[in-house]
Design a protein around this ligand. Structure first.
Ligand code: SF4
Ligand code: SF4
Length: 197
């Protein structure tokens, strides 16, 4: 008899514990039912990339002096700088320039070390192609102006989580002029320059 009562007691204890666990699980579910979805409806909505995003490289042909520094600092010697020596001016003359984004690791070394700043990283990240050879951009493709999410009238730009105002976790329907949490990079620079004597 005692054994039977102990079994009933154990069963009741386990039943209460199970109900507790189910309640805990459902409380998370019910909590989410009160929140708005944070899904980005791509391609109608797109996140604004962060300020230091390393996207497709932009190249300015006229500023390039064909020094090939970008090739030497590239971990895989990727940029192709095709030049010829101009005997009249006694200078290198650039003929073609290309970067294969199918191989590039977007480390930014070439941009960092280019002495004439003719390379820059844009916020363009949609580089998908059916043929990988299409990712080999020549100087014309590299010179195309970068695509910006905020300039596209067909797209609703959404702020990344890090750029939302303090306490806001949802990027839809932000009131106009709402500030991001924390200071912008230029404000930090300004603050540090005024702080130093
Ligand atoms: S480092 Fe800059 S200037 Fe020199 S070849 Fe490369 S892109 Fe041209
Ligand atoms: S971003 Fe890096 S990998 Fe790509 S071309 Fe420049 S240096 Fe090379």
């Amino acid at each position: 008899m005692l054994k039977f009562l102990k079994q009933v007691g154990d069963y009741a204890k386990e039943a209460v514990q199970s109900a507790l666990y189910i309640g805990q699980g459902l409380s998370v579910t019910f909590d989410h039912m009160q929140r708005r979805p944070i899904t980005v409806q791509y391609p109608y909505e797109k996140l604004i990339p962060s300020e230091r995003w390393r996207g497709r490289i932009h190249f300015e042909f006229d500023k390039c002096i064909a020094c090939e520094v970008c090739v030497r600092v590239c971990p895989i010697n990727l940029p192709v700088v095709d030049w010829e020596f101009n005997k009249e001016t006694k200078k290198k003359q650039l003929r073609h320039y290309s970067i294969d984004f199918g191989v590039c690791i977007f480390c930014g070394n070439c941009v960092e070390y280019c002495p004439t700043n003719c390379l820059s990283m844009t916020e363009e990240y949609e580089l998908a192609a059916y043929d990988r050879h299409e990712l080999n951009y020549d100087s014309v493709a590299l010179g195309r102006l970068p695509y910006k999410v905020t300039d596209d009238p067909m797209v609703t730009p959404l702020r990344e989580l890090a750029y939302l105002p303090k306490g806001v976790l949802e990027p839809h329907d932000l009131p106009p002029g709402s500030r991001r949490a924390g200071l912008r990079p230029e404000e930090i620079v300004e603050q540090s320059s005024t702080a130093t004597p």
